[in-house]
Write a protein that binds this ligand. Structure first.
Ligand SMILES: NC(=O)c1ccc[n+]([C@@H]2O[C@H](COP(=O)([O-])OP(=O)(O)OC[C@H]3O[C@@H](n4cnc5c(N)ncnc54)[C@H](O)[C@@H]3O)[C@@H](O)[C@H]2O)c1
Ligand SMILES: [Zn+2]
Length: 347
């Protein structure tokens, strides 16, 4: 179940109009990047009360303090006071950065999220984590604060490039295989283009919300959301460090295969269940090509994972499809052999 502040909608403009009419903000500011300005803003523009539009450059490389400065400047120049609101129309980068700017401007003004990527709708917009990158450290500066309203409209996805859809879909697969066997059965029979997005968004957002409601600050249960990410993050960091482009979702998808292989060895997952997940992911994402030397590097990066305690590498592993456990210790040997297994897979 979703709370009142997170709504699935078919009419984001009308919902927004109604919400703003009730709230009587002193001024309304809307943050976009050049892509959401072009593709998403036209769906809202006519129905919004007078507002100021702020456009920033798209991309993770702009999730910086310099971009925050331009947002704070724009708010200041248009005389936004403590009763102003910032509407954030964009993917996870804008949501994290825009929310951070709003949460710090004059010690915090309201912000409304209108996530426009699949990843932002099923993951980034839920849970209140806000922030920016700093000196190449990802999400290094930030805070927790919930948006006043979060409107999830699958229609925004009509213009999203396929590579971004696929990247977000890795988080959907993750949410499903760790929480709901029945939903897995539904999605695994369909290709990316055949999926029922409103249903998937509701399901994934509700699952993430149920987790963060119980454990907002990642003391226990929230760790479960890191499935596929222990090895996935290491693959992503390594490949980016050698200038090979890869999306976060592709890395998480490969991470899920490797971690689920370890689960089979630890007798937490049957061979049949593993085969289902592996086959589906490979069909959708293809395979990342890795050399033996990459495997050594990726394995050693897993030691630096932020979820570890001391020298122990802690991971989320499935307990059959539909359930998972966290803080499971895995060894460097297990990581290395799961990566070697992945490397030699035939697609
Ligand atoms: N706060 C959290 O809990 C959380 C969780 C996961 C990820 N994140 C963050 O999310 C970010 C990644 O988000 P993302 O994958 O949404 O990337 P993104 O925000 O960079 O968006 C991807 C690209 O799609 C474009 N775009 C967005 N919506 C569009 C649309 N409807 N039509 C056409 N183009 C569109 C954007 O301009 C951008 O070029 C990362 O910075 C990550 O750290 C945060
Ligand atoms: Zn992720």
């Amino acid at each position: 179940m979703l709370p009142e502040t997170i709504r699935i909608t078919n009419s984001p403009a009308a919902d927004l109009q109604q919400f703003l009419a009730q709230k009587k903000y002193s001024s309304i500011h809307l943050l976009t990047d050049e892509n959401t300005r072009k593709h998403c803003y036209p769906l809202l523009e006519a129905q919004l009360p007078p507002h100021h539009v702020i456009v920033i450059k798209s991309g993770e490389q702009h999730k910086t303090i310099e971009t925050c400065t331009t947002v704070w400047e724009a708010l200041t120049n248009s005389q936004a006071d403590r009763h102003a609101v910032l509407i954030v129309l964009g993917g996870g980068v804008l949501g994290d950065l825009g929310g951070f700017c709003a949460a710090t401007y004059k010690r915090g003004i309201d912000f409304i999220l209108l996530p426009t990527t699949l990843l932002a709708q099923v993951d980034a917009s839920i849970g209140g984590k806000l922030g920016i990158d700093f000196n190449h450290f990802k999400n290094h500066i930030g805070l927790f604060k919930q948006p006043t309203l979060n409107l999830l409209f699958s229609g925004f996805l009509n213009t999203l490039p396929e590579v971004e859809m696929r990247s977000g879909f890795a988080e959907v697969i993750k949410h499903t295989v760790i929480s709901d066997r029945k939903m897995w059965e539904i999605i695994r029979r369909k290709s990316l283009t055949e999926q029922d997005w409103p249903t998937i968004i509701r399901h994934s957002a509700a699952f993430k919300y149920s987790v963060i409601k119980e454990d907002p600050y990642e003391k226990n249960l929230r760790k479960i959301l890191n499935a596929g990410h222990t090895i996935g993050h290491a693959i992503e960091s390594h490949l980016l460090s050698v200038n090979r482009s890869i999306t976060h979702g592709e890395a998480v998808a490969a991470g899920l295969i490797c971690e689920f292989k370890i689960a089979v060895e630890k007798k937490c997952l049957s061979e049949e269940e593993f085969e289902e997940v592996k086959t589906y992911i490979l069909k959708l994402f293809g395979k990342i090509s890795l050399e033996e030397s990459d495997i050594k590097e990726i394995t050693s990066l897993c030691i630096q994972d932020k979820k570890n305690k001391g020298n122990r590498i802690l991971c989320v592993l499935p307990n059959g499809i539909g359930k998972a456990q966290w803080d499971v210790e895995i060894t460097l040997d297990q990581i290395e052999s799961s990566l070697s297994f992945y490397r030699l897979l035939q697609t």
